[in-house]
Write a protein that binds this ligand. Sequence first.
Ligand SMILES: NC(=O)c1ccc[n+]([C@@H]2O[C@H](COP(=O)([O-])OP(=O)(O)OC[C@H]3O[C@@H](n4cnc5c(N)ncnc54)[C@H](OP(=O)(O)O)[C@@H]3O)[C@@H](O)[C@H]2O)c1
Length: 201
Amino acid sequence: MKIGIIGTGAMSTSLAGAWTRAGHDVLAAGRTSLRTAASHGDLILFAVPAAAAPGIAAELADDLAGRTLLDCTNPIAPGPAGPLLTVPPGSSTAAALASAAPGAAVVKAFNLCHASIWTLDPPVFEGLPLGVPYCASAQEAAARTAALITSMQCTPVPCGGLDRAPYLEATAALAIGVWFAAGSPRAMFPPIAQVPAADPQ
Ligand SMILES: NC(=O)c1ccc[n+]([C@@H]2O[C@H](COP(=O)([O-])OP(=O)(O)OC[C@H]3O[C@@H](n4cnc5c(N)ncnc54)[C@H](OP(=O)(O)O)[C@@H]3O)[C@@H](O)[C@H]2O)c1
């Protein structure tokens, strides 16, 4: 796949490495050449601060039309007991991106793990490939994202449409808070095979 990346910081660098290792054609660009990245291929990752992302998407809306916009941003700010969301309840940066670039198919993904995780080749823990949750409303964008995640030797975890992106952003805020308090977000969920009543209904 051809993947453009908006931003050249920690997430850009680590995901570009993972995607290049997986055989993709990746182009990351900083402030002076965002348009070049926004028109590089079918998938465009936004790896910039959440507060800046919608404005950038609006500027690049024409270039982004017809492409899948991967949104890894977390709209969070420090709070007394861990990060707090900076977007109103029920809204999300992903939804703001979709409004700013209406021709793009926005997918919320890659926002839960620290950037360094994507330098692991592959990210496998206790024998299990990392699950990567994503929210997508457009079928083709969802399929592209799932294929990208699979190519990284991770497991795609579909979490519903973009209307569920607020939950993924809130999950990151919660997990980061647990992590910074020296807890383990991973320890909060039992392995599904060991749940006595495994039927989620
Ligand atoms: N780091 C993590 O572990 C992690 C994990 C999950 C999700 N995220 C999310 O991923 C996003 C990127 O995080 P990061 O850690 O990669 O940040 P970062 O290392 O600070 O990099 C941010 C990038 O965005 C660019 N940028 C900032 N403001 C901009 C603007 N107004 N216009 C254009 N470009 C701008 C920066 O350019 P300059 O260098 O020129 O300032 C830089 O290239 C954030 O939304 C964050 O919440 C991060």
